[in-house]
Structure formats: C-alpha cells, structure tokens
Write a protein that binds this ligand. Structure first.
Ligand code: SF4
Ligand code: SF4
Length: 600
C-alpha cells in the first residue's frame, strides 16, 4: 500500500463518513484512495474534490458537527488556504471525530515552501500526530478519531512525503465501521458563538490541551527501554524511522536511549520532566522546524535546530540523521554518501497545449510582464513566459499589482497573467472580480486543459464528474468570466497557433485601452484518461535539410521531442515521444519542420 492509501484505509475502516480534499502533492492519493474504497464498498457516504481547501475543510467540518466521523486532506500550503476555518474550528470543537490531514513536503519536492504543519497545529491549538510509516499513519487515523471524539477537538495527522509515497506490505482495508447517527443539534452559543463566548471557548480549548498533554494513548515511548546513559535521542515522524535503524546499525541500541514522539503538540508534560530529569543532553531530530525542541525549552541541554546540530532546511535524509547521531554520540567516521543520479530539467510534455499558449503570449506581448500561478504551467519559466509565481490565484492579483505600480507611466508594459482552469476556480475568481472593479488593464489567459493535471488529473468544477466518476453539474468558465464583469472573453485552441497569436494580440490591444481581457486557451491535457479520442488526426512531422541548426525551435519552443544529437547540426524529431500535435510546423522560420503523409 502507498502511504496515502494506508491513510485512506485507516480513515474508512474507522468509520469516516465524509471525506473532502483539494489535490496537492504529496496528499492527492488520500482522497483518490477513499474514492476507490467507496466504489468498492459504498462507503464513505460522501467523497468530494472541493474547489479549494477552505471549502473542503468547511464541508467536512459541517459533517462532524452533525455527529459523523469526517476527514479533510490537503498539502501543507493548502492548509494556509484552510487556516481561517481551522482556527475557529479549534475553538468550537467537534461532535463526530474530525481528522485534518496536512501532508508536508520537506525538501521541498513539489511545493512553494517546506513549512511545518505542526506549527499550524500549535497556532490553532489542536493536537497533531506525526507518523513514521504507512502502517503507523493507518493506526494513527484510528487514534485521531478516538482522541478527536474524546476531547471534542479537530486532530491533525501530519504525514510527510516519505510517508505518503512510501510503500509497505499492509492488509487490505477492513470493513467500514457503521456510520454514527447523523443529526445536527442546534447550539448557537457554540456553533455561532459571538466574541463574548469565544473567550469561554478559548478557555475550554486550553483545558483540552492540558488534558491531551497527559493522555497515555499519545505519550512518547522509549523504543529501547533497556538502554541507559546520560544522553538520549528524541525523534518524530520519518526522522524517528531513520533514527531507530541508524542507532541499531551503529551498535548504540543498548547504550543510547531513543524516544519516539507520536504527538509533537501538545508535548506530554511528564515526558519533558522525565527527560530533563534523567539526561544531561538530549538530541531532538524532527522535520522541519523545532516544534518538539521549543516545547522542551532547555537550551543548555537540548541539541537540535537551535544550536545548529540538526539542519533546519531540507529533508533529513538517512545520511544526515546518521551524521547528527554520530557527532552526538562521539563516534568517529562519516555517514556513507548516497549515490545520486544527474537531474533532468523539468519540462512540459511533448505536445502539451500550454507550450503553444506560452509561445503565443511571448509573440503577442514580447516585452510584457508575465505573472503566472501554481500548476504544470509553472514550467512556462523555461520558455521565458513566466516572471512570477507566488501562490494559488496570485497570477491575477499580482497582475493587478503590477498594473497599479506602472499605470502612471506614459509607456506601460503589457501585462499577461496565465492561470490553469483548476487554479482559476480555486482562488482566481475573487482576484478577477477585484481586477474588473479596479479596471485593471491586463490580459488573463486561462489555460483550460479540462483537468487538474499536475496532481494526477483530478476533476475541476468544469469537468462534470466527481471523485468517484459520478456525474455532476458543469460550471461554465465563459459564463463565470462574464459574470465577473469581463467585457472581452474569447475561447480558442492554442494548437491553432497562428489564429491564437492573432487573438492574443487583439486581447492585448483591448486591455491597453479598456480593461481586463480574458482568453480561454482550451485544449485537453494529453495525459487525461477522461479526454476521449481526439478529434484531430496526429500529424507526422520531420525536419528537412532546410534546417541550419539555428536552435530557435529548441530555445523558444523547447518541445522535448525536438532533439539535437551531439555532433549533428540538424534538429531531429524523436518519434518515441512526439505526440503529433503539429504545433512546431509554425515555429521554424526556415520552414524546415514539415508534415509528411504517413501513407507515402
Ligand atoms: S528546425 Fe528550424 S528552428 Fe529548429 S534548428 Fe532547424 S532551422 Fe532552426
Ligand atoms: S509535433 Fe512537434 S511540437 Fe508536437 S510533439 Fe511532435 S515535435 Fe513536439
């Protein structure tokens, strides 16, 4: 089982009745796993990809207010989006168990930040569980529901990429537990509390935390209880899995006490007293911030992030953990270096429609400012068509900011924002409403490939299907854009490159004089299994002797199927990856790329 599938199994077999999410690596397969279980077993009763993490959180939270066990999953930056309801939900508490899964990405492998969700749990004042493996993540789903219901509090489960994407032999999901009886019990003093009552709720929350920090079910445990000495190691999450193996391999299992923390916040008070009473030095190993370390709070005896013994940036790889433990235990020698393979530059797929859109953006606004967003299309960077990427939806608000900053210049730069369809639904719509109201002069290109491609082709509100492929209503992007008040809104296929460039030029002209212009660049993602057969016949392309090796196509179009073999001047087509989109026919200024009739 993939770690995320193990979490899905743990939730469903323990009675999760509603699960929601917005996709994001490394969390995406949690809801996908729950959806597969629903297809197989009919449970949970509701599984949903929501429009964003805040909406996902609020839907699942209302389910637990109705007495059901529910869960919401997201990646760590998604928790930023859901932080508003999270903070309030901690005060109001829960009725049915409520598990908030925030998957962290130390490294980071596919995120804007490597923030530590355990800090968000501290800020919200909710308990957080930190699994070291898929098996433990599955067990913790059960534990999370138990403590959530016992203390009437949301509980965070914080796996990291190495747990989410690890595989472990585990039994299939058990039979789903019976759902609790559903029924919302009105209690406005709690569920709609005014500020006066929030003070009482805050007091109650502090009391819950106090009790949680003494609950034996989540207490830290010494994994080698026979070991004794003046120094000890404390670890959580994946660092605990690495630490356990490394201490055994180094022959320190009998002499270096090793503790695993299951619940980094709130850290058990008796545990802090115990380790400070027993040991002269304590090494704390955790990803990514010193959450445990700051709660132990004795800088004279604690070694870790604050004194620089444990890196505060990046993943704690086994060799890093080994070096830290060797130094702490006074062992000579170095950890063996892991072999590495050369990296490959990430690029858009051969035939990706976004490539054509970016090429057109550069042609239509060659000296423009290009704001962009989160998705596969961030790789428009390689084509020089992406200048900024901040967070979900920021392409539009940053375009507005650049316009306001430059609007008094006599020659204003053209501004072109690019945003994916899923990201537009997620956080782009409020920014577009604001831009219309402020008459921001810019072009918005909605890269509409009919899916959330980067995270595994999850549906968007325009796809018309749900998490279990059930039919849903379709939200029309053109209607949405028009409803925001945009006067110029056209849709075109970027594969038709020349007319698409002409349309973008028209949009740029409109935006200079009149306000926001929107172009919807619609062509399905080539990897989306739902897209069905293409209406276009693939084009077989070859490069002729007219190619003089100028490299223009490689630099400005960068399709991975266009290759220049070392020692050869001429560019070639790699037929193994060419998708036959035919867009490159319009790129070569020497007309060296031509279509051939496969029958001849
Ligand atoms: S195919 Fe055309 S653009 Fe590409 S290297 Fe050859 S001549 Fe230059
Ligand atoms: S037809 Fe041209 S642009 Fe399309 S995938 Fe093949 S080489 Fe790339």
């Amino acid at each position: 089982m993939l770690g995320n599938e193990a979490i899905a199994a743990g939730l469903v077999e323990n009675g999760c009745a509603m699960a929601t999410s917005y996709p994001g690596t490394p969390a995406s397969e949690i809801l996908a796993g729950i959806a597969r279980l629903k297809i197989d077993t009919g449970r949970p009763r509701h599984v949903q990809w929501a429009v964003n993490e805040k909406v996902a959180f609020e839907i699942a939270y209302a389910g637990c207010m109705s007495g059901l066990r529910t869960a919401v999953s997201m990646k760590q930056v998604g928790l930023n989006v859901a932080s508003d309801p999270l903070m309030s939900a901690a005060y109001m508490g829960v009725r049915g168990g409520f598990v908030v899964i925030s998957a962290d990405d130390p490294g980071p492998h596919s995120s804007q930040t490597e923030q530590d969700s355990r800090l968000m749990a501290m800020l919200a004042k909710i308990p957080v569980l930190d699994p070291d493996s898929p098996a433990q993540a599955r067990q913790m789903a059960k534990l999370a529901y138990e403590i959530s219901e016992a203390y009437e509090i949301p509980v965070m489960l914080r796996p990291t990429t190495r747990v989410c994407h690890a595989r472990q032999d585990l039994p299939p999901a058990g039979v789903p537990a019976e759902d609790a009886e559903v029924g919302f019990k009105k209690d406005p003093g709690r569920w709609a509390a005014t500020p006066k009552f929030r003070l009482q709720l805050h007091r109650a929350l502090e009391e819950k935390l106090d009790a949680l920090s003494a609950d034996p079910r989540t207490a830290p445990r010494q994994l080698n209880p026979d070991a004794a000495g003046l120094r000890a190691v404390v670890a959580s999450g994946v660092a605990a899995a690495h630490g356990r193996e490394i201490i055994q391999d180094l022959g320190l299992w009998g002499s270096l006490p090793f503790y695993q923390v299951l619940q980094p916040f709130p850290l058990h008070r008796s545990f802090i007293d115990e380790i400070l009473g027993k040991y002269a030095e304590v090494l704390v190993i955790e990803e990514t911030t010193g959450v445990i370390e700051m709660q132990i709070a004795d800088r004279r005896r604690v070694r870790g992030k604050q004194d620089g013994r444990v890196p505060s940036v990046g993943e704690l790889h086994p060799e890093t953990v080994e070096s830290v433990i060797r130094a702490f235990a006074g062992l000579p020698g170095q950890a063996a270096k892991m072999p590495t393979v050369p990296g490959r530059r990430p690029t858009l797929c051969a035939g990706c429609p976004h490539r054509a859109s970016f090429y057109a953006v550069k042609k239509a606004a060659p000296r423009g400012i290009y704001t962009s967003d989160i998705g596969c299309y961030t790789l428009g960077l390689n084509l020089g068509a992406v200048d900024t990427v901040l967070c979900m939806g920021a392409a539009i608000s940053q375009a507005a900011g650049f316009y306001q900053a430059h609007r008094h210049l006599t020659t204003r730069p053209d501004i072109v924002a690019t945003i994916g369809d899923s990201t537009f639904f997620h956080a782009g719509v409020p920014a577009l409403i604001d831009a219309v109201a402020q008459q921001v002069r810019f072009v918005l290109v909605i890269l509409d490939n009919r899916t959330t491609a980067m995270t595994g082709n999850q549906p968007t509100p325009a796809t018309g299907v749900g998490a279990c492929d059930e039919p849903l209503s379709v939200v029309d992007i053109e209607g949405l854009v028009a409803g925001c008040g945009v006067k110029f809104c056209r849709t075109a296929d970027p594969y038709e490159l020349e007319p698409f460039i002409a349309l973008l030029k028209e949009a740029v002209s409109f935006s200079r004089e009149q306000g926001p212009a929107v172009v919807i660049a619609r062509h399905p993602c080539l990897l989306d299994r739902r897209r069905g057969p293409s209406e276009r016949e693939p084009v077989q392309v070859v490069v002729t002797d007219e190619c003089d090796g100028c490299g223009y196509c490689l630099k400005h179009f960068e399709c991975p199927a266009l290759v220049q073999v070392k020692g050869e001047e001429r560019v070639r087509i790699d037929p193994g990856i060419c998708s036959g989109c035919g867009v490159c026919l319009s790129i070569c200024r020497n007309h060296a790329i031509v279509a051939v009739d496969p029958g001849k």
